[in-house]
Design a binder for this molecule. Sequence first.
Ligand code: HEM
Length: 450
Amino acid sequence: MTPLLRPPGPRNRGIVGNFPLGSRDPLGLYTQWARQYGDIFYYRAFYRHIYFLNHPDLIENVLATNSRSFIKGEALRSNQRIFGNGLLTNEGESWLRQRRLIQPAFHRDRIESYGNTMVAYTERMMAGWRDGEVRDIHRDTMRLALEIVAKALFNVEITSERDRVATALNTVMELGSGGRMLLPPLLRMLPTPGNIRYRHAARQLDDIVYGLIRHRRSNGQGADDLLSALLQAQDESGGGMRDEQLRDEVMTLLLAGHETTAVSLSWTWHLLAQHPEIEKKLWSELREVLHGRSPTTQDLSKLPYTERVVKEVMRLYPPAWAIVRNSLEDCELGGYRVPARATLMMSQWVMHRDPRYFEQPERFNPDRWLDDRAKGTPKFAYFPFGGGPRSCIGAAFATMEAILVLATIAQKYQIRVAPECPVEAVPSITLRPRHGIKVMLIQRGTQERH
Ligand code: HEM
């Protein structure tokens, strides 16, 4: 059958077309359109033709089955200044070579060795906490996750630099997302105040990452970690991997490896604080299995409820809220013709809340993931880590980190929402809480005082 020309979608408004990322509630708008127009819809944003896929089979087609017909979308490429040609943005043969080089650092037995760091650093962070205080726990988890990934992958203590990284990263996230993601490259070069601040933040991140590489070079390369493996590969390939490529890989892993996990932990506190019955169930599992001692990787298989909580948080608040691809050639999707150079958008936020696949989708219910109940869910109805060859290299690392950090904190503290603190999810490169997550910490065993 001849494919139809264009899927249904919202009416164009003048030369702008439609520009959901510039609207007040992009996530709400995408969801509304998805429910209204079905499995695939189309809209134009200025000169870009956007096909929004809203069915697991179509998403699987693009990310897995026919992944070679698509490349990474402009949202990521517009942040090329930050990620360069690192694993997240690279393509083709060069991507494959780098993925093979980096993969061993993420093998299961390898990441298990990072477990102690994850727990020890969480305990170090908690040592500075006081019973009854109000904290922005998003800020805390961002720093923690950065320290963990730097230590685990590159064997460096980043404590003294973490605030500089956090400030620069905030600027990049603020200015590297929203409508700016779709600006033509030329407009991003103009010396506007926003562009200047963005470039300054990028230079600061460069300084930190190059500093880290220099430090390792001058202190010998004996260490058995990813940074040494990358340096070694650089030497062996006789200049094949340039210094900039090394910088791009380190920067990508540092940023992709902490922002997402931190965001997932922040949303965990937000949800637990509002669902005391779930928090209570979580605590009983932790008490029964750990009896007050620190968790280890040996405990992971004994903490199924904690794992379900982590999984359910990433359903409702997926840290990567959308994946974007560009088509390299004409293709057919869902009975429609999609031309070359079109933009394909797939949103975890929209798909994970689809009532066709999740009963009472807005409800925070970790038990929906109990084995037999979850069996019927199609693979690409839930895809927090993407899928196919470009799926997240750090998925197991991140899941383990989320479980261990949650177990360590929830065992010692009950977390309540601080009164009158607004919470709003912003679809930046990741799904960030706009005002942080302000909570009150109640040390376990002292509840009766509050
Ligand atoms: C909850 C935490 C995390 C989430 C939700 C997440 C999500 C994702 C997603 C959706 C992708 C695919 C993007 C696409 O297809 O365009 C991805 C790729 C990637 N992630 Fe993660 N990620 C997380 C944690 C991590 C960690 C801990 C690391 C490293 C330490 C990491 C490193 C990467 C890299 C390097 C890629 C690119 C892989 C490739 O294309 O070969 N991520 N991530």
